[in-house]
Design a protein around this ligand. Structure first.
Ligand code: PAF
Length: 282
């Protein structure tokens, strides 16, 4: 595996990979890699001849009081995992390489970023949009893979790629979970052992609610039970719980199309998000 920090070298290396017309998949990450990322890499290897992974902790997607400084940084361990997973190129640009002096372009996607996580994290998805657009332009992959755990992020990236006519297949990959059901996340590293045990209440509450809604129980009443259940389990606060259209993220009052039940909640230092499919039964 070649680890690259500058765009000129990246361009040459990509030329080499594509020399025989072979396909390239990109897995964008912020590092602190866990089995969820490695499952994305394995899927990328199934779908393309070559796999590029980017590790870039993007300052533009963190708010002023968020965990940019504290975000886990494990470059050596990450590189070893990617090497063992058979990745061809590790693209690890510096902040100055991505946002050189004078950088002045913003991407603002209407509506999708303003709700759910975006309501509590103003500017977060603008930061995601600009960095993903840059990574896709730098690597120019045939396909790029993203985890479904960040369902809103995935919806926004699909919109971005469609709106900017990028000829790149965006692949959403199912959330990878611990044995007890907790979604794998780099931010799980913030949980104390007690919080880790309590955190499983999030996927459990969503699972119970998804089944109840599919069974025809009133959506409002089902959603209203989730906050108190999470707080009882040890979560400090619940940011949002909603049933949304799987594509537009519009809140749903009736289960008349493919939907996701989505939630974000704070436990200790970790803000955890999760979501599950909720499918009309007839
Ligand atoms: O999901 C992430 O890890 C990040 O938001 C991404 C897509 C790599 C952009 O920084």
């Amino acid at each position: 595996m070649q680890t690259i920090h500058d765009r000129a070298t990246l361009k040459d290396a990509l030329k080499g990979l594509r020399a025989r017309g072979e396909t390239v998949a990109l897995v964008p990450t912020m590092g602190a890699l866990h089995d969820g990322h490695l499952a994305l890499v394995a899927e990328a290897k199934r779908r393309a001849d070559h796999v590029v992974v980017s590790i870039f902790i993007n300052p533009r997607q963190f708010g002023p009081n968020e965990d940019f400084e504290a975000y886990p940084r494990r470059a050596d361990a990450d590189a070893a995992k990617l090497e063992a997973a058979g990745v061809d190129l590790l693209w690890m640009p510096s902040v100055d390489e991505v946002y050189p002096e004078g950088f002045a372009t913003h991407i603002r996607i209407a509506d999708l970023p303003d709700q759910l996580c975006g309501a509590a994290r103003p500017g977060h998805f603008d930061g995601v949009a600009i960095v993903v657009a840059k990574l896709l332009n730098q690597v120019r992959p045939d396909l790029a893979l993203f985890g479904e755990k960040d369902w809103q992020q995935l919806a926004i990236i699909r919109r971005l790629v469609a709106d900017l006519d990028m000829d790149i297949d965006i692949v959403g990959f199912p959330t990878q979970r611990e044995e007890d059901g907790l979604a794998l996340s780099s931010r799980n590293a913030y949980l104390t052992p007690e919080e880790r045990i309590a955190a499983v209440a999030l996927p459990r509450a969503l699972g119970t609610a998804a089944k109840a809604i599919e069974a025809g129980q009133p959506i409002d009443a089902v959603l209203r039970k989730i906050g108190p259940a999470l707080e009882k389990a040890g979560f400090a606060s619940v940011d949002y719980v909603a049933l949304v259209d799987a594509v537009t993220l519009a809140p749903l009052l009736h289960l008349d199309r493919p939907a996701r039940i989505v939630a974000a909640a704070q436990i200790g230092k970790a803000r955890l998000i999760d979501n599950l499919a909720v499918t009309p039964q007839n």
